[in-house]
Design a protein around this ligand. Structure first.
Ligand code: BES
Ligand code: MN
Ligand code: MN
Length: 478
């Protein structure tokens, strides 16, 4: 029996054990955005490092330094770099993933405790981080462990880079990658990232594009302290009123961004691109089901995909400093901060986006003739990534998908962002493949996040099988 077949067989026999391992890591609440959970993020990094080292991998732990989160100095969680296998006759594949997760509280509406993995009768493995990104990160580890257990060598040398700050803007990571490009990452032939999702729930895909993100805070302040609305309402410039006016100017309710010039740098849709939307596993009916309500703006499926993948969008996320609890409070907040972000696409330049947004908001604020002060602050950004799906790395991903799932994968782009993708491509000068494990309805960042058992188990096979395919691919034909 071929090695890959033996591997598949052992994966099938180990299913329950794999689920137990997922349970173990979901139980570590490694929320990078919550200062009080920083020890848990570090604990999760330690767990990964220990497990890889037990297997015989050589790890290097990079501590990127300190972070200031809401006034507290915090240690940034470690970036775990690793090397497993060092055979000069084999190719070297670098894999990336993140071991931090989004926040989650039972009171957000979860059916069960978010950090206790629940195996549902329908096959859902429910828990925070199951699909984003602990399942896939475990996938690489379990693949290597299973090979060892079967007495098989991996067909390639594996390098890895696991970080604990992805959900909080990957602070510190770009520098680590640039610094290590000619050191730890030297000799990397291709990169593979498993941190996105299928377009639907049945057909696997390979992904060759991501949008960028530019995040802004819009602060308006006036009086030196909160005021009584009965005494001061209608007689002072209210920061919240100014802010609401400005936020309402950013985007219309059909999703069209109102910032002048913002669409000028957007690549036009070609006829060739038009054809790529045909035959994808994507329907508004399924999307409406995922949304739990049909709130879809566009009529045609392809327009929904275009606005997810290749047009910029602007979303309003929240207001800091505003009254937000239940009950009625007759207050005039003295200082408020609106939060919004743009998802950016080829060929938008982040600096230009920032300039246009700032100028527009300043102009609109001037029209209000307010005595308050307004400030636009860009807090973080990440660039879009777009790559050709014809590279041999993608051919290997497609071949592996066909072997494991029996179908040709869809070729997709994503609306979400993994800014480090472009950093790897540029700093290492190699091709990057996005090879997702989870499905469209997994609910990353949402309540009741899940990974289907089928996707977890077949996904572990897929990641392994991909390594066999890369090993046999002639990368020189790129
Ligand atoms: N896994 C996601 C990226 C993603 C999201 C891929 C949606 C495909 C679809 C990642 O963990 C994530 O949440 N990224 C952030 C990045 C941001 C903090 C810079 C995002 O997209 O908001
Ligand atoms: Mn992720
Ligand atoms: Mn995420």
């Amino acid at each position: 029996m071929a090695n890959v077949e033996k591997y598949f067989e052992l994966v099938d026999q180990s299913q329950q054990q794999f689920i137990e391992t997922l349970r173990e890591v979901v139980a570590i609440p490694s929320v990078s955005g919550d200062a009080s959970k920083r020890n848990e993020v570090i604990r999760m990094g330690n767990w990964l490092q220990a497990r890889w080292e037990a297997l015989g991998a050589v790890c290097k732990r990079v501590e990127p330094g300190k972070q200031n989160l809401d006034g507290t100095e915090l240690d940034l969680p470690p970036v775990i770099l690793g090397q497993y296998g060092n055979d000069p006759t084999k190719k070297t594949v670098l894999v990336y993933g993140h071991y931090d997760v989004q926040p989650a509280l039972l009171s957000d509406g979860w059916e069960t405790d978010p950090f206790t993995l629940v195996e549902k009768p329908d096959g859902r493995l429910v828990g925070r981080g199951s699909t984003d990104d602990k399942g896939p990160v475990l996938g690489w580890l379990l693949c290597a462990e299973t090979h060892k257990q079967a007495g098989l060598e991996l067909p390639v040398n594996l390098k890895f880079c696991f970080e604990g700050m992805e959900e909080s803007g990957s602070e510190g990571l770009d520098q680590v990658i640039v610094d290590e490009a000619d050191k730890w990452f030297r000799g990397t032939d291709v990169v593979c990232i498993s941190d996105n999702y299928w377009l639907g729930t049945n057909k696997p895909c390979l992904t060759h594009g991501l949008r960028g993100v530019s995040y802004f805070h819009l602060q308006v302040e006036g009086p030196g302290a909160d005021l009584h609305s009965g005494v001061f309402g209608g007689t002072v410039h209210e920061p919240m009123v100014d802010l609401v006016h400005l936020l309402a100017k950013l985007v219309d309710n059909k999703g069209r961004i109102q910032v002048p010039g913002i669409y000028d740098q957007v690549m036009p849709v070609t006829e060739e691109e038009e054809r790529t939307y045909e035959g994808l596993e994507f329907s508004h009916a399924a999307l409406a089901k995922d949304l739990k309500n049909d709130v879809i703006i566009h009529k045609e499926e392809r327009d929904t995909l275009k606005h997810r993948w290749r047009f910029p969008t602007l979303s309003i996320h929240g207001v800091e400093g505003a009254f937000h609890s239940s009950g009625d409070k007759t207050v005039i907040p003295a200082r408020v901060r609106g939060k919004f972000s743009l998802r950016t696409v080829p060929n938008m330049e982040p600096a230009k986006v920032s300039e246009l947004v700032t100028k527009y908001l300043n102009d609109e604020f001037a029209k209000l003739n307010s005595k308050n002060t307004m400030r636009v602050i860009e807090t973080h950004g990440g660039r879009w990534w777009y790559s050709s799906p014809n590279h041999p790395n993608f051919v290997a991903g497609a071949a592996a998908t066909e072997k494991v799932y029996g179908v040709k994968p869809d070729l997709t782009r994503e609306g979400g962002s993994i800014p480090v993708t472009l950093t790897f491509e540029e700093a290492l000068g190699v091709n990057v493949l996005l090879l997702p494990m989870g499905a469209a309805d997994d609910g990353a960042h949402s309540i009741n996040e899940k990974l289907d058992k089928r996707n977890f188990i077949q996904g572990i096979k897929l990641l392994g099988c991909y390594l066999y395919e890369v090993a046999q691919t002639d990368l020189a034909t790129a």
